[in-house]
Design a protein around this ligand. Sequence first.
Ligand code: FES
Ligand code: FES
Length: 180
Amino acid sequence: MELYKQYPLRLHINRQERRFEVESWVTLLDLLRERAGLTGTKKGCDHGQCGACTVLVDGRRINACLTLAVMQDGREITTVEGLAEGEALHPLQEAFIEHDAFQCGYCTPGQLCSALGLMQEGQARTRDDVRELMSGNLCRCGAYPQIADAVCEVLGIEQQRGEAERRQDRGPFTTGGVLA
Ligand code: FES
Ligand code: FES
């Protein structure tokens, strides 16, 4: 006998249809990591505070830890594994590599998905916009200036670091500005 009721769930994950039977309390994050085998999406806080779990749902970025999988039935989910086209990296991935926009890499899948969502929203006009609109994605390693460099390059925004960022560049590079 089934211990807990399971619900049928159909998702399009990275352009592939996937079907699951899932309990009502399973988050989209746990479904992706533990049932779909897509561990690129990271669990940081599991409380909507760090952005490590950012994915796109029907093109809009969300924290996968804050939504139940059953609520996303029929939706198109994009995770970091879906950004590249075969061997060809997404321009954001190329830019993150070129600009050294990660150290440990734990926040990077969320940063990339968030940046893609940001691009699609079309609201970032300046570097400050990028930093503000990416502020839901924390980086414990403090790679914020490099992340902004990478995203700005792909968006075609002029690269100008402000004084605060330049100070951060000269500081220790082992703790993030927010979580330190
Ligand atoms: S793990 Fe979802 S916001 Fe931190
Ligand atoms: S690169 Fe380590 S947390 Fe961002």
